[in-house]
Ligand binder design. Structure first.
Ligand code: AHR
Length: 502
């Protein structure tokens, strides 16, 4: 049995809701035929897919990263503003596709309003530089009266957007990135851009590119060099990871949480190191702004087509269990991880897939929705002890992965009341596991909800013909004492339990 012990006074601080953010890139069918599809019967008068909006809106994602990704590194943002009929068609080098520019900055901000989120803008530091980055901040955030702000007004938007979070390029450590440079050079570029962008709007927050994968030779060095150089001007460093089961070893793959946690702790070490070296009181946080499972569909060559089918990954049950472990790691490290974006939202490695006439909800959407909707308040520290299982080359790994939040704002009549949200994954596909969880200093009133995504077939996915094969089903939970619950997993699974406190 796995025992989890909690106390409301022991926590990692409040969960920053921005860890439940998304990502929309001009890539494949994410924008065109994904969020924007004027020819579809599901589109509104502006061409937005209403079914997609209706699926994203309930996630209440605070930020939506845009417009890339690799795309941003050869993108001229001004191509996407002004009268649509005058916008140029461009070759997109990153995905060998044609970009029509029919959706650009102003349209995207309008879409964000529809899904109740805020844009998190990336600037091109691959093939452009500080001046163009400064100009887009002026276009977005300055009051009328100067060149780019007046351009925005001419495009019909009087008030500044006030876009808060900006990424200083994308994956600049990667040789595949247009304009990729060594860390020393990126550091100078990013620092200049940061100064000029914050010169226009000193309230913006900046995300420095970190490593695009732990497998990179420059992992942590690229991050260290650029962070040391830009320390005074940035608030976040970005990390990316895509999980893969290309070896088809599910025991190993289901323990991905171990690797995710290691990356988070690597950044904790780096930030402490640079802070110590600088003798600084400042805190820099982690923006894990691309994460997901991605290995089955690596087709990234658009053959110079518009909206080609690229990276259209199909997600199964084991992928959903891995995605839950990303989110649990972010919640557990609430003091460090303040932004995270699932990559991406629609069609391209996304929880949602579209056809002109329909929407398919993939397996990974379900745990994403649980966390987005219910991981609120304080992230409680876990005293967890339980059996391990054999996770292939990863050795013996705890079978149960967990994160717990306590939202005290929900108790209105009784100030001590609140809601406990418990997120559990059973990574062991071979054995039954029981979990007992105790919240030492509170009393449970009732179980509000207990759901799981469970086996036995880890490879099961949702298809257009069978759209509900992987969906949440009830999980039996027993309150065994005033402050203890018990539940049993009969197979590999991910689950959420919500408890109303007395
Ligand atoms: O999300 C797909 C791609 O993966 C992004 O464009 C890039 O940043 C990463 O390599």
């Amino acid at each position: 049995m796995t025992n989890i012990k909690l106390h409301s006074a022991y926590h990692a601080g409040p969960v920053d809701r921005r860890i439940f953010s998304g990502f929309v890139e001009h890539l494949g069918r994410c924008v065109y035929e994904g969020i924007y599809d004027p020819g579809s019967p599901h589109a509104d008068a502006e061409g937005w897919r209403v079914d997609v909006i209706d699926a994203i809106r309930p996630l209440a994602m605070p930020l939506m990263r845009y417009p890339g990704g690799n795309f941003v590194s050869c993108y001229d943002w001004w191509d996407g503003i002004g009268p649509r009929e005058k916008r140029p068609k461009r070759l997109d080098y990153a995905w060998r596709s044609i970009e029509s520019n029919q959706v650009g900055l102003d349209e995207f901000v309008r879409w964000c309003t529809r899904v109740n989120t805020q844009p998190m803008m990336a600037v091109n530091l691959g093939t452009r530089g500080a001046a163009e980055a400064q100009a887009i901040v002026e276009y977005c955030n300055s009051p009328a009266g100067t060149k780019w702000a007046d351009e925005r007004v001419r495009n019909g938007v009087r008030d500044p957007y006030g876009i808060k979070v900006w990424c200083l390029g994308n994956e600049m450590d990667g040789p595949w990135q247009a304009g990729h440079v060594p860390a020393e050079e990126y550091a100078r570029r990013a620092d200049q851009a940061a100064k000029m962008m914050r010169g226009v709007d000193r309230d913006i927050q900046l995300v420095l590119c970190g490593s695009s994968a732990r497998a990179m030779n420059t992992y942590m060095d690229y991050d260290r060099v650029s962070l040391e150089y830009c320390w005074d001007h940035v608030q976040f460093v970005s990390a990316h990871r895509y999980s893969s089961n290309d070896r088809n070893d599910s025991d190993w793959f289901l323990a991905e949480g171990v690797e995710i946690e290691r990356i988070v702790q690597d950044y904790r070490g780096l930030f402490n190191f640079v802070r110590a070296k600088k003798r600084s009181d400042k805190h820099v946080h982690l923006s894990f702004d691309e994460w997901n499972v991605w290995y089955k569909n690596r087709q990234g060559d658009g053959d110079w087509k518009q909206a080609p089918h690229l990276l259209e990954e199909v997600y199964n049950l084991e992928d959903a269990i891995v995605c839950a472990q990303y989110l649990s790691s972010f919640v557990r490290n609430a003091d460090l991880v303040k932004i995270a974006c699932i990559a991406q939202m629609v069609n391209v490695i996304g929880p949602l897939m579209t056809r002109s006439d329909g929407l398919l909800v993939q397996s990974i959407y379900h745990p994403l929705k649980w966390y987005c909707q219910h991981a609120k308040g304080k992230s409680l520290q876990l005293l967890i002890d339980g059996p391990t299982y054999k996770a292939g080359a990863r050795g013996d790994v705890p079978a149960i992965d967990a994160a717990v939040t306590l939202d005290e704002s929900t108790g209105t009549a009784d100030p001590s009341a609140g809601t406990l949200a418990i997120f559990l994954s059973n990574r062991d596909q071979h054995a039954q596991h029981t979990v007992s969880l105790t919240l030492e200093d509170k009393t449970f009133k009732n179980v509000i909800e207990a759901v799981q995504l469970a086996g036995p077939d880890l490879k099961l996915d949702n298809t257009w013909e069978h759209p509900d094969r992987v969906k949440p089903v009830p999980l039996d939970v027993t309150i065994t004492s005033p402050n203890t619950i018990k539940l049993t997993f009969t197979s590999a699974a991910t689950a959420m339990v919500r408890i109303q406190l007395a």
